[in-house]
Ligand binder design. Structure first.
Ligand SMILES: Nc1ncnc2c1ncn2[C@@H]1O[C@H](COP(=O)(O)OP(=O)(O)OP(=O)(O)O)[C@@H](O)[C@H]1O
Length: 402
């Protein structure tokens, strides 16, 4: 596992996690049986937690980190990697089998949608309940309640039972409570993604504000969200920490490298058959690799079943988050009804940032207004941009020319 030094070394450590592990059992009956056995073993003081028994697995294994005031930790990893389990341990919802968590101060958490709310009580009553759980007096909550309702932007529905709220409304209320209660440590699971983009932007601004006095732990599969607010990353894989870094660009890239990604899909009439796309900079031997700042060359090899006198080739470049970051369009080319035609396109200097990309290749017949798209090869292949530049999450990395 790679590890880097923390930059906020002067601020106070608010979260300390040492050797944290949690195991689960894949089968409910066996789990109940182990529960009974463990209870008995506990009485006689010979519980052996380190060993996995049949059907057990480590959902969280040997996690260690420290988080200081002012830091935002992004917990990322594939589905089932153990992120939510780790958050639940940190929030005291479940006990670890091994290890220790030390948290200083008040914890605000938004973990499961609607968790922490009583569904039959109104939004307003739930604000009071949550505040009381966090240790605030009624008077203190009275002082905050208006700000919470304003932040959530659901004043109209604040006296309605929470069970009738939409998912987004629950998130709005949950985040407003967690954020406005001045937590020292704020824990947020994927739920923010449920809110609309307007609320997500507002939440990010609120998190930046909260970070002045708190530490934040944030779980998300949205790398744009992660790179927007986190300054530390832990990449989890099967319960373990694969990477701990304060280089967010590198952390995000490692997350994508660790994912299984979809293969190519072909749409369109298939009258133009794409045999091959070669991508390189000046050196054709470095196939599939473009050097940052150097020119990029795309060579396509096709078979065509018809004559197309005026065709435009479009290459759509997607980043690992499947965001379309570039569209390259060719000059008009004339395609003959023969096999094995090769076209070379020079797309000029590439300032795509260092990362991996996918391309979709589309052929438009500009002579035929009815069937404009002849072939469309979605996610046809990937390529890499390399260089000694910094890893940044922004799709384009532009530097001032000196
Ligand atoms: N109460 C439980 N009993 C048994 N297994 C559980 C329990 N809670 C979680 N698990 C298992 O622990 C593993 C980790 O789950 P967890 O929810 O922490 O993953 P995650 O990284 O948050 O995933 P996602 O990205 O899908 O939210 C999974 O295999 C899950 O099935």
């Amino acid at each position: 596992m790679k590890e880097e030094k923390n930059i906020h070394t002067n601020s106070e450590v608010l979260v300390k996690v040492e050797g944290l592990s949690k195991k689960f059992c894949k089968d409910l009956k066996t789990s109940l049986w182990y529960g009974v056995k463990d209870l008995t073993a506990n009485v006689f003081g010979n519980k052996n937690v380190r060993q996995l028994r049949d059907k057990e697995f480590w959902a969280v294994k040997d996690i260690n980190f420290e988080l200081r005031r002012g830091e935002c930790l992004g917990l990322i990893g594939h589905n089932g990697a153990g992120k939510s389990t780790l958050l639940k341990i940190l929030n005291g919802l479940i006990n670890p089998d091994e290890g220790k968590v030390t948290i200083r101060g008040r914890v605000g958490a938004l973990i499961e949608l609607g968790a922490g709310f009583n569904p039959i009580l109104s939004g307003r009553e739930n604000i009071y309940n949550n505040g009381a759980v966090l240790g605030f007096s009624k008077k203190e909550i009275d002082e905050k309640v208006e700000a919470i309702i304003d932040f959530s932007e659901i004043r109209e529905f604040i006296d309605m039972p929470v069970q009738n709220y939409s998912s987004g409304m629950k998130v709005r209320l949950g985040f407003a409570v967690a954020a406005q209660m001045e937590p020292d440590v704020l824990i947020i699971d994927e739920v923010l993604a449920v809110g609309d983009i307007g609320f997500a932007m507002k939440s990010f601004n609120a998190i930046s504000q909260i970070l002045k006095t708190s530490a934040v732990i944030f779980v998300s599969h949205s790398m744009p969200f992660i790179s927007r607010i986190c300054d530390n990353i832990i990449l989890m894989d099967k319960g373990k920490m694969l990477l701990k870094t304060n280089d967010v660009g590198f952390g995000v890239q490692s997350y994508f490298d660790n994912q299984k990604l979809l293969g190519a899909l072909n749409f369109g009439e298939e009258n133009i058959i794409l045999n091959n796309v070669k991508i390189h900079s000046e050196n054709p031997r470095l196939e599939g690799i473009i050097e940052y700042g150097k020119k990029s060359i795309f060579e396509i090899n096709i078979d065509s079943l018809n004559d197309y006198p005026k065709v435009k080739v479009s290459i759509l470049v997607y980043n690992m988050a499947q965001i379309n970051v570039a569209l390259f369009e060719s000059r008009y080319i004339s395609i003959k009804s023969i096999k094995g035609q090769k076209f070379i396109f020079d797309f000029g200097d590439s300032f795509l940032s260092i990362s991996n990309y996918f391309i979709t290749v589309r052929f438009d017949d500009l002579d035929n207004k009815k069937a404009l798209v002849v072939s469309n090869y979605v996610n046809y292949r990937s390529f890499q941009v390399t260089g000694a530049e910094r890893l940044v999450f922004a799709p384009l990395y532009l530097k001032e020319k000196i």
